[in-house]
Design a protein around this ligand. Structure first.
Ligand code: AMP
Ligand code: GLY
Length: 440
């Protein structure tokens, strides 16, 4: 089978890495891919929003199945276009991609289906939003309706911050038309976790739970990023909690969307806050998480294509996924300055060294192959999040130790990574994160 993967992040490298282990996959193509993906797939430089170009490519190369990484490509309606041409593609159609592309749509869907989430109000007028802020209590969260590269949710401790956030989103249009409407919602307190399922529109199969670390600095401080590290499983989701989430959130959503005639096919990522009142939905995404996927796939023993084909064909009920019981940790190595401005084109050292470590895999995100290889230097930086250094361990402590041991072998000018990935899981076991500060 020939498979095409769209995207260029660590998530897409993890997808390609997993597909490369499938006996059913003979050849992988990627658009546009990155330095690491290029080891596994034939990469072609087409923009991920150039839907017609991707359709033509899939037809020309006789691709059997196309898998989409980024939300924007799904939100642009690629699945509808592929379906019209009779091409097989994995993911939700344009209507269901709105669960991620429009927070207003997601909130209204949750309200209709009585799915637990933070109390909210929707505004399309900044003055009315301001009046509401002045009447309600603090803290609160102001969210742009549309896609904003993970930066559209602002947690506000004071009314003034919320009013400024509304101005930034609705008046200054920092996120363009994504800010035509805002949601103002209660600020939830608790521990976050991610539940990812693959649905065929009627039934679904669970992936292992995971936990991301969204803030740039240790101790979850500083600005939000795309995600600085993840681990799987997330011990905050024990079996009881998992069953509760399935019964109160995932099943009602998948079942009622089917009943309404708009079945959800593809990856559903549920961002959850476990509060003292139980799990509440923070957000839906309609694709694999990044970097959660990097921490989940090394634990997946089954063929990923089983779930992907079953999602397309409508028989996911028969799929059972097998998991390695060992925890997996992924630490993101970023360019200095990320999530703000950063340099590109900096040589990366130490990848050959880490490749020798057992149970370690380094997923590439913002990398590209250098024009000339100098000793073990084959790649250079090409983005904010550069690498996802990932390791399995017999327990969470061993997995964390091994991941940081691998991180210590990698270097590039300005390299930055958090030193406390997995601290919540360690804390549950009465342990604290070691000092993984770099010795330079
Ligand atoms: P989102 O833009 O909805 O993906 O949210 C990004 C991040 O903002 C989440 O992962 C949470 O850390 C935080 N967040 C979003 N909504 C809330 C909320 N209602 N209460 C507390 N934190 C939130
Ligand atoms: N790691 C968060 C996300 O993929 O949206």
């Amino acid at each position: 089978m020939k498979v095409l993967v769209i995207g260029s992040g660590g998530r897409e490298h993890a997808i390609c890495w997993k597909l490369a282990q499938s006996e059913r996959v003979n050849k992988i193509f990627a658009i546009p891919g990155n330095g690491g993906i290029a080891q596994l797939a034939e990469c072609t430089d087409i923009k991920t929003d150039a839907i017609e170009g991707i359709v033509d490519f899939a037809q020309e190369k006789e691709i059997d199945i196309t898998i989409i990484g980024p939300e924007a490509t799904l939100a642009a309606g690629i699945v509808n276009k592929f379906n019209k041409k009779g091409l097989r593609i994995f993911g939700p159609d344009i209507e269901m991609a709105k669960l991620e592309a429009s927070k207003v749509f997601a909130k209204q869907t949750m309200a209709r289906f009585k799915i637990p989430t933070a109390n909210f109000a929707i505004f399309d007028n900044p003055d009315e939003a301001k009046q509401h802020i002045n009447k309600r209590g603090t803290p609160m969260v102001v969210k742009a309706d549309g896609l904003a590269a993970g930066k559209g949710s602002i947690i506000c401790q004071k009314k003034k911050e919320a009013i400024d956030a509304v101005k930034m989103i609705m008046v200054d249009k920092k996120f363009g038309p994504s800010g035509d409407r805002v949601i103002i919602e209660d600020c939830l307190v608790g521990e976050e976790a991610s539940i990812i399922v693959i649905s065929d529109g009627m039934h679904f199969v669970n992936l292992a739970s995971s936990q991301d670390h969204k803030r740039i600095y240790d101790g979850d401080s500083g600005p939000n990023t795309g995600g600085m590290g993840a681990y799987s499983p997330a011990p905050v989701i024990d079996d009881v909690m998992n069953n509760h989430i399935q019964d109160k959130i995932v099943k009602p959503l998948i079942f009622q969307l089917h009943e309404e005639g708009t079945p959800f096919k593809g990856v559903l990522y549920v961002g959850i806050m476990i509060t003292k009142d139980g799990p509440l939905v923070l957000e839906f995404n309609v694709r694999f998480g990044d970097p959660e996927t990097q921490a989940i796939f090394p634990r997946l023993k089954s063929d990923l294509m089983d779930a992907i084909e079953a999602s397309i064909d409508g028989n996911i009920e028969n799929v059972k996924l097998e998991w390695d019981q060992r925890p997996c940790v992924c630490v993101v190595c970023a360019s200095g300055g990320y999530p703000g401005k950063y340099k590109k084109g900096i040589p990366i050292y130490g990848l050959d060294e880490t490749a020798k470590l057992e149970d370690v895999v380094v997923f590439h995100a913002g990398t590209k192959q250098t024009r000339y290889e100098i000793r073990d230097m084959k790649y250079e930086t090409n983005g904010g999040r550069v690498l996802g250094v990932t390791a399995l361990g017999r327990n969470i402590k061993a997995a964390i130790d091994k991941t940081y041991q691998a991180c210590g072998k990698i270097s590039f000018e300005g390299i930055y990574y958090r030193r406390d990935i997995g601290y919540r899981a360690l804390r549950r076991e009465g342990l604290r994160i070691k000092d993984y500060s770099r010795k330079t």
